[in-house]
Write a protein that binds this ligand. Structure first.
Ligand SMILES: Cc1cc2nc3c(=O)[nH]c(=O)nc-3n(C[C@H](O)[C@H](O)[C@H](O)COP(=O)(O)OP(=O)(O)OC[C@H]3O[C@@H](n4cnc5c(N)ncnc54)[C@H](O)[C@@H]3O)c2cc1C
Length: 566
């Protein structure tokens, strides 16, 4: 066994999380010594490597601005045209009849469709150019955590090696090295499964219909660049374009409605598509021939928690070795961006001699709170995926909340601003507390609303940027930089807007379900479609905001309620 260097940090696993963290550390501090140990021996295959191809606003900011990969992303990966959803479960043979939700014109915030194989190969090259030691074919076998220096043992070509370091970061993905070693896995009450494959040809959904009106909705070429979601009760199917005219196709489904065994092999997945997404199936069949489906993979019960995140003994977990929620809305790389940013901050401060005990604990708490606030978006919600109006309202809400709070916090360097975080989290009336409560109320509302959303709605196009508050939330991400006080003020303003959106969503839902007036006062923190009193009389009740009500007409697919019915 050989032993030599003492590194500042050893990163276990060189996937997306590990390779980007190494880059972040070295860019922040060129003198830091970093070793990445990656089990895979060879270059990653292009196209058919890993899932995690679609990025959204927060992770895009991390890649383009924090890691300064803007030019690389523009040159080597595809630009993305937002997330795009198709509903109307009775019209799955005819794409132009389905209610479509997605941006019409290019978005203010850029994002990308990433070929993970190409990206990881390029990240390894770029990391090495920065002076990071990346050892391929290195399987981590043991980690001993100690007061002075941690010891990592790994194997390359049958030979054992040992290195010591001040910090260890577990980025082994689902290998979850530290979790397995120390036993801090946590189960999450969200049971959803997935299967996916990559095809060696370009799937352009724009070619699925000749309908002129449908084509007129979106600038030519932009539908192709979106992450397409085909939706119905209990599932969504993704279509993601990749560079080099390849495409990723996936099925993500709740086993209560779509048992895993019905799509867990390629032939079964194709048969499942024929039954549940027939147009998608027929389009695939037109081009499928021997060898041009590149791979087929599955993952059961992918959501998982983590009892440890950032540890005061100078080790952390990041990426899928820590927490994972659900791929709907593509938040995987967002969580990597956040955990990496906190990890890098702790390491750099510690190396400068700062006492990081409190920060370490606090960062763990905030990450856990963000994850806990995020999970209700998915838990027990998959049956709603076939409810057209509820889903349009839900997606607009989920985006609004994500852009106006989570993304804004990240893009303004709020994650490592202790004073800001304290103000955001202290006490039951703090912004993050209220945000979490409001999010839970809204997810409950969508759930209760589902049974009332029964109309067969077709031939409609809805664009989030027709609602000016959503457009403003997006523009704030790229157009402005906020200092601490401005950011706090902005969060307060955004929370007020979110409360009004919540209350107006409730009025619309309650009108549809119970025929109540559109003028009722609503307390967004206690509202309930199942409540005895649908109108709130307490001091927190929100009166109707004419502007928000007017904007929200754009997302309403049923006949708009008459002025007063109650
Ligand atoms: C169905 C599905 C769809 C998804 N879609 C998206 C999406 O569209 N967008 C998105 O942002 N996220 C998505 N995700 C999440 C995304 O895949 C993950 O967030 C991301 O790949 C995790 O990266 P990672 O670096 O943590 O893990 P990985 O990329 O898995 O990297 C871990 C690395 O550690 C190595 N390793 C493991 N054990 C050892 C060991 N003992 N020694 C050395 N090396 C080791 C492995 O070889 C691997 O390279 C999706 C997830 C699922 C389940």
């Amino acid at each position: 066994m050989s032993s030599n260097n003492k590194y500042d940090t050893i990163i276990l696993g060189g996937g997306l999380a590990g390779l980007t963290l190494a880059m972040q550390l070295k860019q922040q501090n060129p003198d830091i010594s970093v070793l990445v140990l990656e089990r895979r021996g060879d270059s990653a295959p292009e196209a058919a490597h890993k899932v995690g191809e679609s990025t959204v606003e927060l992770a895009t900011h991390y890649l383009r601005e924090v890691l300064n990969l803007k030019d690389y992303m523009d040159e080597h990966q595809l630009p993305k045209h937002g997330l795009r959803f198709f509903f109307s479960p009775k019209h799955k043979e005819t794409i132009h009849k389905r209610v479509e939700l997605g941006p019409k014109v290019l978005l203010p915030v850029p994002s990308h469709q990433i070929d993970r194989g190409i990206f990881e190969n390029d990240l390894i090259r770029m990391d090495r150019e920065l002076g990071i030691d990346v050892v391929m074919g290195a399987k981590v076998k043991d980690v001993i955590i100690a007061d002075d220096a941690h010891t990592v043992t790994y194997e390359v070509d049958g030979e054992d090696f040992m290195q010591t370091s001040r910090w260890v970061v577990d980025a082994t993905g689902r290998g979850s090295f530290m979790k397995r070693k120390l036993g801090f896995a946590e189960t999450v009450n969200h049971d959803v499964n997935a299967a996916w494959f990559r095809v060696d040809w370009k799937i352009d959904i724009d070619e699925w219909s000749d309908d002129a009106k449908w084509h007129s909705h979106v600038e030519p070429g932009l539908r192709y660049l979106s992450t397409v979601h085909l939706m119905d009760a209990g599932y969504w199917v993704w279509i993601i374009p990749l560079v080099g005219d390849k495409t990723s196709v996936g099925i993500v489904a709740d086993p209560v409605i779509h048992p895993f065994e019905t799509y867990n092999k390629l032939d079964k997945a194709l048969a499942w598509l024929e039954k549940h997404e027939p147009q998608c199936y027929h389009e695939l069949k037109k081009k499928e021939k021997d060898g041009n489906i590149l791979d087929f993979k599955v993952m059961k019960h992918f959501a998982h928690g983590s009892g440890e995140l950032f540890h005061t003994d100078r080790w952390t977990v990041t990426g899928e070795s820590g927490l994972f929620a659900d791929p709907f809305y593509s938040p995987g790389s967002d969580f990597i961006s956040m955990a990496n940013t906190w990890t890098a901050d702790l390491i750099q401060r510690d190396l400068k001699g700062e006492d990081i005990f409190f920060r370490t604990k606090f960062y763990s708490e905030v990450l856990r709170a963000l994850y806990d606030n995020w999970m209700p978006i998915y838990i027990n919600q998959y049956p709603l995926w076939g409810k057209t109006q509820v889903m349009v309202a839900k997606i607009f809400w989920d985006w609004g909340a994500y852009w106006s709070i989570n993304t804004l916090l990240f893009t303004n360097n709020g994650l490592t601003d202790l004073e800001l975080l304290r103000k955001l989290t202290a006490g039951p009336t703090s912004i993050l507390q209220k945000y979490g409560e409001l999010s839970r109320q809204m997810q409950k509302l969508f759930n209760d609303w589902g049974p009332y959303d029964t109309a067969d709605i077709t031939d409609r196009y809805t664009d989030p940027f027709d609602l000016d508050f959503l457009k403003q939330f997006q523009e704030d991400i790229v157009e402005k930089e906020f200092d601490r006080d401005e950011l706090l003020l902005k969060f307060e303003e955004n929370m007020l807007i979110l409360e009004h959106i919540a209350a107006e969503t409730f009025r619309l839902a309650s009108n549809l379900a119970h025929g109540t007036s559109m003028e009722i006062a609503v307390d967004p923190y206690t509202m309930s479609l199942k409540g005895e009193k649908l109108e709130s009389k307490n001091s927190k009740a929100v009166l109707r905001d004419a502007h928000i009500a007017d904007e929200m007409r754009h997302m309403w697919l049923y006949p708009y309620p008459e002025p007063v019915t109650y």
